[in-house]
Design a protein around this ligand. Structure first.
Ligand code: ZN
Length: 320
């Protein structure tokens, strides 16, 4: 544990505030606080399986069954691919509606293909997020080649460099969302992010392969990373979850900037959430929970599409 004692494990907690679980060194860790991470020289690989939420039935054994929203199962990998592409396009539209398509060709969302698992889908370079359709998405190989089967359209080279490194470093991750937001730029520029997963080595637009590797290293085992003076990036096992985390993180950053500014003006300080509560909340936001949190936004996108987008794809099987 001696070398491990210098290793800092960083966790990101994006709700209900950006209060970050503190970096944990082996000397300060208690057994109760080690949940998903065991302190070793090398962090364990993230779990491949989804962690589904446990629904607590209320009303006793005689209560009638109620409809629940859960990550579905699929009749085939083709159905799962169609599902991922529909939700990918919907997540991009939602990001566009919320002003994240605000720097021209900047911003990219990638989703791993369920059949060609070393390939990913990405938004076409320079196209509006708000009008994205599943058939607009581009299929890209591990080496960055645009492949037939998807839209034969160019992609953002920086998008490939960042996202391919993240997908390679995190086999558990299905989707990654990265856009530029004014609050995250402002927050990260303040340089007090010792408790957060943050990438400080912004080397201009990410055209060098090692930039992507460094960002993936900074992300580590967490749900999100702040790219200093740049923006932020979130990952999840669904594109819905990654989009939810992206928006949640941005709102937390905005809230904290406002609270910190107000406190500075009044000479007071913000009230911090205790480590235990932050850790409990972080663990509550499992893979299924972050998926569920996005489904009202998905419904908004589907309804706004006036019949262009379905709520479900063929071969989607609801989970009980
Ligand atoms: Zn960027």
């Amino acid at each position: 544990m001696s070398r491990a004692s210098t290793r800092l494990l960083r966790h990101i907690n994006v709700t209900p505030s950006l209060r970050q679980v503190r970096p944990i060194s082996s000397s300060s860790v208690t057994s109760a606080s080690i949940t998903s991470n065991t302190i070793t020289d090398k962090p364990p690989p993230p779990p491949q399986e989804f962690t589904y939420g446990a629904y607590q039935k209320v009303g006793g054994p005689s209560a009638k069954p109620v409809h629940t929203i859960r990550i579905p199962k699929f009749e085939s990998l083709e159905a799962e691919r169609a599902f991922r592409k529909l939700h990918h396009a919907a997540a991009l539209r939602w990001l566009g509606y919320n002003g994240y398509n605000n720097e021209g060709a900047g911003g990219h969302v990638t989703v791993r293909d369920p059949i060609l698992t070393d390939h990913y889908w990405i938004n076409p370079h320079g196209k509006s997020f708000s009008h994205m359709r599943p058939e607009d998405l581009v299929l890209v190989s591990k080496g960055g080649e645009v492949k037939e089967g998807g839209n034969m359209h160019s992609i953002n080279p920086a998008g490939h460099i960042i996202h391919s490194a993240v997908h390679e470093a995190r086999p558990d991750v299905v989707a990654a969302v990265h856009c530029h937001s004014v609050p995250s730029k402002a927050f990260s520029a303040m340089g007090f992010y010792n408790d957060h997963s943050i990438y400080e080595g912004f080397g201009g637009i990410a055209f060098k392969a090692d930039e992507g590797v460094h960002i993936a290293q900074a992300l580590g085992n967490t749900k999100g990373v702040i790219l200093q003076n740049h923006g932020h990036l979130t990952v999840a096992k669904t594109v819905d979850g990654a989009a939810f985390l992206f928006g949640a993180m941005d709102r937390c950053i905005q809230a904290q900037l406002l609270a910190d500014a107000a406190c500075a003006g009044r000479g007071t300080s913000t009230i911090k959430i205790a480590h235990e509560e932050a850790e409990y909340t972080r663990n509550t936001y499992n893979d299924e929970m972050v998926y569920i949190m996005f489904q009202s936004a998905f419904e908004d996108v589907v309804r706004a599409s006036n019949g262009e987008f379905p709520m479900h794809v063929q071969g989607e099987i609801p989970r009980e």
